[in-house]
Design a protein around this ligand. Structure first.
Ligand code: PAF
Length: 286
């Protein structure tokens, strides 16, 4: 694996694999890698001969009171993990390599970005789309792989690819979970032992809603009431939203069908966690 910090050397290094024509896949990350990220690498490897992972804690997508400064950083550990999964190129730029003085352009998403996570994180998705557009232009991959846990991000990236005509296939890979159901997330590292146990309530609520759907309940209101009750049993967990929605438009869906998304965001202690599942169909959006 080559670790490359600058744009031009990366472009040069990718010339040969590009000429080979066997496909280049990009896995964008902010580091603090865990098995969820490595599963994205596996997905990328299924679709392309060359896998590029980017490792960049993107200041643009953090609000002023968010966790940019304390976001977990472990470049050496990340490099070891990436190499263990046969990443070919690890692109790890410094902020001034991606954001030069006088930067004037951002990618600003439309309405979809101002609800759900966008409602509590104004500007977040502008930061995400701006950096992802830059990474797409730098790497020019055939395929880019993102995790389903950040479903709103993945759907906005798909919309950007469609609306700005990037010739890139966006693959959304299923969420990887701990044995107790908690979705893997770099932010789980912030949780105290007690909060880590409390965090189980997010997936517990989603799974209860999925079980009720499997048993025949299709009213989203009834499913949401059930999920709210499950979360309510853990009073210190502060629910931000728990909603049944269309998996692509992310519009609320009054009736749940196979392929409908159920998404949750909640604060566990001081940590904001998100999770989601698709009802019925195991992989309708990949
Ligand atoms: O999902 C993430 O880790 C980030 O939002 C991404 C896509 C790497 C952009 O910084």
């Amino acid at each position: 694996m080559q670790i490359i910090e600058r744009i031009e050397p990366l472009r040069l290094a990718l010339e040969e694999p590009r000429r080979g024509g066997k496909g280049i896949a990009l896995v964008p990350t902010m580091g603090a890698l865990h098995e969820g990220h490595l599963a994205l690498v596996d997905r990328a490897r299924e679709r392309a001969h060359t896998v590029v992972m980017s490792l960049f804690v993107n200041p643009l997508q953090f609000g002023p009171n968010e966790d940019f400064a304390r976001y977990p950083r472990d470049r050496e550990g990340d490099a070891r993990l990436a190499e263990s999964r046969r990443v070919d190129f690890l692109f790890a730029p410094q902020p001034d390599e991606l954001y030069r003085a006088g930067r004037a352009i951002s990618v600003v998403p439309a309405a979809l970005a101002s609800r759900w996570d966008g409602a509590s994180r104004p500007g977040h998705f502008t930061g995400v789309l701006t950096v992802v557009a830059k990474l797409f232009n730098i790497v020019q991959p055939d395929v880019a792989v993102f995790g389903q846990k950040d479903i709103q991000q993945a759907m906005l990236i798909r919309a950007m690819v469609r609306d700005l005509d990037f010739p890139i296939r966006v693959v959304v890979a299923p969420t990887v979970r701990e044995k107790d159901g908690v979705a893997l997330s770099s932010r789980n590292a912030y949780l105290s032992a007690v909060d880590r146990k409390r965090a189980r309530v997010l997936s517990r609520a989603l799974f209860a809603m999925r079980d009720a759907f499997d048993a025949g309940e299709t009213s989203s209101a009834a499913l949401e009431t059930l999920g709210n009750t499950v979360v309510g049993a853990e009073p210190t967990v502060k629910l931000e939203y728990l909603a049944v929605m269309d998996a692509v438009s992310l519009e609320p869906a009054p009736i749940a069908t196979a392929g409908t998304l159920v998404a949750i965001a909640a604060r566990v202690g001081t940590t904001r966690l998100i999770d989601n599942i698709i009802l019925g169909d195991p992989d309708p959006i990949g």
